[in-house]
Design a protein around this ligand. Structure first.
Ligand code: FMN
Length: 213
């Protein structure tokens, strides 16, 4: 008989918007979270919520450690290397990664970029090989909830989208390839357009999870 997993589904959610509880991408991520919770059923869901707004950028010590082949085994307490260790452990402990992010200037906001700089780490989450970078993390589902002021996909897209291809490349570097993107687009186009965009996206989320059953 196949073994039932009785441990709760561990979800790590990254909140990347500066807009706190008013964030549209956070709102969309909540709909995905609700669907994951239903999917988890009796197993239950354990959520770690991480707001990236206070995450510092990589600093001098971190850059020096990454550049050195003799990176210390134990990072100094309080250093960005130790922060990176913690963020990587937090990511590795998750069964599912859920990213709630706005588009900022065609790409990820700097909050999310700072997190990526801490978790994409040579010798720890990827290694260099003659064939290129090879990820070391176990693959797992990654859901990306995006909000954008204008349209970024489809034939009516008004601007380039570097966010989705960038996330695919950056997370793929560490071994995360199972990415699923959902977006509420055109949040700056007025209430009526926003409501319609929300409805379309909720329907897309529902279709996706229904197909998983
Ligand atoms: C600094 C900044 C840059 C932005 N750049 C873009 C952009 O390039 N394209 C776009 O469609 N919207 C852009 N927007 C609008 C946001 O993507 C939009 O307001 C989105 O709904 C915000 O999501 P949130 O509520 O989760 O923060 C930008 C907003 C800010 C604050």
């Amino acid at each position: 008989m196949p073994q039932q997993n009785s441990a709760p589904l561990h979800v790590l959610r990254l909140a990347c918007s500066p807009r706190g509880v008013e964030s549209e991408s956070l709102r969309l991520s909540q709909q995905i979270l609700d669907r994951l919770s239903r999917q988890a059923g009796e197993r239950g869901l354990a959520l770690i919520d991480s707001d990236l707004n206070d995450l510092p950028h990589a600093d001098h010590a971190y850059a020096a450690a990454l550049a050195s082949p003799n990176e210390p085994d134990r990072a100094h307490p309080g250093s960005t290397l130790q922060r990176s260790d913690r963020l990587i452990q937090q990511l590795d402990a998750a069964d599912v990664l859920l990213i709630a992010t706005p588009m900022h200037n065609y790409s990820v906001p700097s909050t999310l970029k700072a997190w990526i700089d801490h978790i994409v780490r040579i010798r720890v989450t990827f290694i260099g090989t003659p064939q290129g970078k090879q990820g070391k993390l176990r693959d797992r589902p990654v859901y990306v909830a995006i909000a954008s002021g204008g349209l970024i996909s489809g034939e009516h897209a008004q601007q380039p989208d570097f966010l989705c291809p960038y996330l695919k490349a950056a997370l793929g570097t560490v071994g995360l390839h199972d990415l699923h993107f959902f977006s509420v687009e055109g949040t700056a186009r007025g209430e009526v357009a926003l409501e319609a965009a929300r409805e379309r996206t909720v329907a897309a989320v529902e279709r996706f999870f229904a197909a998983q059953c």
